[in-house]
Design a protein around this ligand. Structure first.
Ligand SMILES: Nc1ncnc2c1ncn2[C@@H]1O[C@H](COP(=O)(O)OP(=O)(O)OP(=O)(O)O)[C@@H](O)[C@H]1O
Length: 283
């Protein structure tokens, strides 16, 4: 559905260099800290910035060959901008219905009602959470095949985030070919939503893993110096020195559970895996 190959973009000392494949029918997450390159990746895919190299293919076509038809098949939320806040939701309904043949007016109105988004108030007067919801509505109500969502949950409280994630799940269930690429720095959002996860750090993809594998097979070992010296290290991805000895990230939790039952082993969540991938040393 979306293929990014050796995408390069430099801003001064920052260099983005990434490859990703987003398969149809999947929700893929892109997680990374502030300034890691998430928005730059999204803007590149959308052709909003010029790139320094690499190729980007959506629906089997390179971005420079896209026509209106390809653009209409995408729904987008940008972290910053990309949204005319002088409009009201009523104006937005008119704009979207003109832009997109598949715009679902009934769905738009139903969600405006459910989210208590007033029809006649300018969007620039909305609260942060209301704006986030309005952006999502604009992205999903034209039945897009591919959603590109850059930090869509920013500014939402816990309940509103859950609502939004449920909305995305429902969106996927309507058609099994639908595809989402979503970025967030709230990893719990991605844990419960995504099938696949990319981690980006300082412009580079440092990990690509299926979510089930990440949550099921990754583990954090906390070991003393002597335990570390004695243990098998071939299944360790990263190691970090700690006051008690070492913290180690493994992708083979089961191996250590079976062979070293006395070692302290924790299930790794996405945040811990990210921290280890970024701050730990490769072994
Ligand atoms: N227009 C620009 N001009 C100069 N530097 C830029 C520009 N846009 C982005 N950058 C730089 O590129 C790097 C990556 O920024 P980007 O916005 O892609 O990160 P991000 O992962 O989306 O971060 P955040 O989570 O904070 O939104 C940063 O160092 C940023 O300062």
């Amino acid at each position: 559905m979306l293929k990014i190959k050796d995408l390069r973009k430099s801003y001064g000392t920052f260099e983005l260099n990434c490859s990703m494949e987003i398969p149809a029918g999947c929700i893929t997450g892109l997680v990374g800290s502030n300034g890691a390159g998430k928005s730059t990746t999204f803007k590149s895919v959308l052709g909003l910035i010029s790139i320094d190299g690499g190729s980007i293919e959506v629906f089997g076509k390179e971005i420079h060959t896209w026509t209106k038809a390809e653009k209409q098949r995408m729904g987008v939320v940008l972290a910053n901008g990309g949204f005319n806040t002088y409009l009201t939701m009523k104006d937005m309904e008119t704009v979207l219905s003109r832009m997109y043949p598949r715009f679902d007016r009934a769905m738009f109105r139903e969600y405006c009602r459910r989210y208590q988004l007033p029809a006649d108030k300018r969007i620039k007067e909305f609260s942060t959470g209301m704006l986030a919801k309005a952006k999502i509505l604009a992205a999903i109500t034209h039945k897009a095949d591919l959603l590109l969502l850059d930090e869509p949950t920013t500014g939402l409280d816990v309940l509103a985030r859950e609502e939004l994630l449920d909305m995305l799940r429902a969106y996927m269930e309507e058609n099994e070919e639908r595809t989402i690429l979503i970025s967030s720095h709230i990893s719990t959002d991605l844990e419960g939503l995504c099938d696949d996860l990319y981690m980006i750090d300082n412009g580079e993809i440092v990990l690509h893993e299926e979510m089930d594998v990440l949550l099921g097979q990754y583990g954090i070992l906390k070991v003393t110096q002597s335990q570390f010296d004695a243990m098998e290290k071939q299944y360790l991805l990263r190691v970090m020195k700690e006051s008690y000895g070492y913290r180690c990230l493994t992708r083979e939790k089961q191996f250590y559970m079976e062979n070293y039952p006395n070692l302290a082993l924790e299930k790794g969540n996405v945040d811990e895996v990210i921290a280890m991938m970024v701050k730990g040393e490769a072994i």
